[in-house]
Design a binder for this molecule. Structure first.
Ligand code: GLN
Length: 483
């Protein structure tokens, strides 16, 4: 019974609750039990069972009283631990924020709570979102539920593992250069990075502010759309957020899915792509073509510069954003008498090795004499990459490509080789540089491990992404894996 409840999707759970077959408290308990049973995956940093049961009880009471309930009433969700919830620890998986308890709630979480969601806990991640494997966490690595010797991807690896492992039905993640899409792909679930500005960043700990977006991880496209609908929209606390232009009814887009023109970027199928991943993605594209869609090869010529540009700009922004963690205002403080020593020791002892590497690289590319050569040049590359996408979206509606060049790699495999780790983001960073919406949907397996297909669209074309992803979900249904 418990397992069956956890295997339902959000939409199915909503029906069960509506029919009164189960209560929100039943749902919450079933998930808390599953989380406890599967602790060895290390998907969560904090679990607040009491608070979750209280929220579930409130949802049940409101329903019994016949009150208006929200879209997510009584449904269990998790939140990546770099997104703030008032009164609950937010560690960003860093020692420097070990004891930090934020006095406010992120707008995206506020919207979830307003819609009646029950937040069961905060998920593990790479420290401050910096990484692609979840191994850079002060709280230890997360394991991939499909193969415990492999990484779930990162940095939203805890969210992805928890959703794929039925510990929770949906989770928020954050995506700066691929951190929702890559773990979704590695764990065989759906992951959306919305258009830059579609979801408020208020309460999301800043990594690289011109890229960061809160995203959604779920086991179905319908569920993803449901959560996105709740969290998107303008927020006065984030000047870069925009009024929701997401249509209430996207059935028009659904109908037009059959007529969509799909572009296949040739640069995403070259060297570095594992043949078994390429094969399953190409098979899915052939199936889309057989259904009568116009499929066209296109070129995004500046793709080869994307990883370098991303790691220069993102680290430059990170070096500025992380300056606030000085041992005075938040978390870990190593007091050694003098102010300069306090800064130095708190930061030296508080940050992990990857975060230090990023701060050093970011400071270097912004320093006098090097700024022109690195940072300014990378910004010009970013403009070129934006131009590449603008050019192709005049002739196609969406782009389809692999989400990652390989399936989930082994824990430890890339830990000592940062460059190899960075290259695993090769297909996800271009959409991040351009601020475009992108979604990873499972399209099959290679050697028993999940493979994700990435759909990239023009700004604010989320409904178009959902519509094609629904088709791919249907096509790939017979190849889907469970845990
Ligand atoms: N893996 C990328 C990085 O380490 C992206 C991280 C993210 O999207 N937060 O920068």
């Amino acid at each position: 019974m418990i397992m069956d409840l956890c295997r339902e999707n959000l939409a199915g759970m909503r029906d069960l609750l509506k029919d009164g077959e189960v209560s929100a408290v039943d749902l919450c308990r079933a998930h808390l039990n599953r989380i406890a049973e599967r602790k060895s995956l290390n998907a969560f940093i904090t679990i607040d069972g009491e608070r979750a049961i209280d929220a579930a009880r409130t949802a049940d009471k409101r329903k019994q009283a016949g009150e208006e309930t929200g879209l997510l009433a009584g449904l269990p969700l998790a939140v990546k631990d770099n997104i703030c919830i008032d009164g609950q620890p937010t560690t960003c998986a860093s020692k420097i924020l070990d004891k930090f308890i934020p006095p406010y709630t992120a707008t995206a979480v506020f919207n979830l709570l307003n819609a009646g969601a029950v937040i069961v806990g905060k998920t593990n991640l790479d420290e401050f979102g910096m990484g692609s494997s979840d191994e850079h966490s002060h709280f230890g690595p997360v394991k991939n539920p499909h193969d415990l010797s492999r990484t779930p991807g990162g940095s939203s690896g805890g969210s992805a593992a928890a959703v794929a492992d039925f510990q929770v039905t949906a989770a928020l993640g954050s995506d700066t250069g691929g951190s929702v899409r890559q773990p979704a792909s590695f764990c065989g679930i759906v992951g959306l990075k919305p258009t830059y500005g579609a979801v408020s960043r208020y309460g999301l700990t800043a990594f690289a502010s011109s890229f960061d977006q809160i995203g959604v991880l779920t086991r179905s496209v319908t569920d993803c759309e449901m959560v996105f609908r709740v969290i998107c929209g303008r927020d006065e606390h984030d000047a870069t957020s925009v009024r929701s232009i997401y249509p209430d009814d996207y059935s028009g887009d659904l109908k037009s899915a059959g007529r969509m023109r799909i572009g296949i970027p040739t640069e995403y199928f070259g060297e570095g792509l594992a043949p078994e991943v390429g094969a399953i993605v190409e098979k899915t594209i052939e199936e889309l073509a057989r259904d009568g869609r116009a499929i066209r090869k296109i070129s995004l010529p500046h793709t080869k510069y994307a990883v370098a540009a991303y790691y220069i700009i993102a680290n430059a922004e990170a070096s500025a954003n992380l300056a606030r963690f000085d041992g005075v205002r938040y978390g870990t403080r190593v007091d050694s008498g003098q102010l300069s020593a306090l800064y130095r020791e708190s930061r030296s002892q508080g940050f992990g090795v990857e975060v230090k590497r990023r701060i050093l690289l970011g400071t270097y590319v912004l320093s006098a004499g090097y700024r022109d050569e690195y940072y300014d040049r990378a910004q010009r590359v970013r403009t070129k990459i934006i131009g590449d996408f603008e050019d192709v979206f005049s002739s196609v509606d969406l782009l389809v490509c692999p989400t990652t060049p390989t399936t989930a790699f082994k824990l430890g495999e890339k830990l000592d080789d940062p460059l190899a780790m960075y290259l695993s983001d090769i297909y996800t960073v271009p959409a991040s540089l351009a601020g475009l919406p992108a979604l990873s949907v499972p399209c099959g397996t290679a050697n028993g491990l999940p493979v994700g297909l990435q759909i990239i669209g023009p700004r604010f074309a989320e409904s178009r992404l959902f519509s094609l992803a629904t088709e791919i979900e249907r096509l790939a249904g017979h190849r889907r894996t469970g845990v």
